[in-house]
Ligand binder design. Structure first.
Ligand code: CMP
Length: 139
């Protein structure tokens, strides 16, 4: 059975471009409940650790530089079938291939600056939420 928790990052490009309010409104309108949320700027060590799964890939270094280029919003989200439902809301990783109406289609600039992250499976949702949120930061 699918779990009811996912994790998101509203990325530096979306914050810089002034899309934070619109994106949060879309997430809430789609039925997600915010269980935890932070506005922060990652340092290089933190970004490298979070994206360790991509270490060695050609885009890793530039992904880390991009993710530390400005403030981000991280959030733990709850909804039935959360991971799959959120991935449908945000669309394909590459905004140029994302379906009309999805968040990445509307607010993404490129494969790297794709506005928003969503966990790809229940296991990673747990790992990603644990990276950013302690027990007492969850409501
Ligand atoms: P996301 O899935 O949120 O987290 C990893 C990110 O790496 C992904 O979004 C993209 O922004 C980025 N990414 C994935 N594949 C590539 C690629 N081939 N080139 C550049 N960036 C990529």
């Amino acid at each position: 059975m699918a779990a009811n928790i996912t994790f998101t990052i509203i990325k530096p490009c979306a914050v810089k471009n002034g899309y934070l309010g619109n994106i949060l409104a879309e997430i809430i309108r789609d039925g997600f409940k915010i269980k935890a949320m932070k506005y922060l700027k990652l340092n290089q060590d933190q970004a490298k650790a979070f994206y360790a799964v991509h270490k060695g890939k050609p885009f890793y270094e530039s992904l880390v530089e991009f993710m530390i280029s400005g403030p981000i919003v991280v959030a733990m989200l709850e909804k039935e079938n959360a991971v799959e439902s959120f991935r449908a809301l945000i669309g394909a990783t590459d905004p140029s291939k994302a379906a009309e109406g999805t968040i990445r289609k509307k607010y993404g600039e490129s494969l790297q600056a794709n506005a928003i992250h969503g966990s790809d499976c229940d296991e990673n949702a747990v790992i990603e939420n644990n990276f950013f949120f302690s027990q007492c930061e969850r409501f």
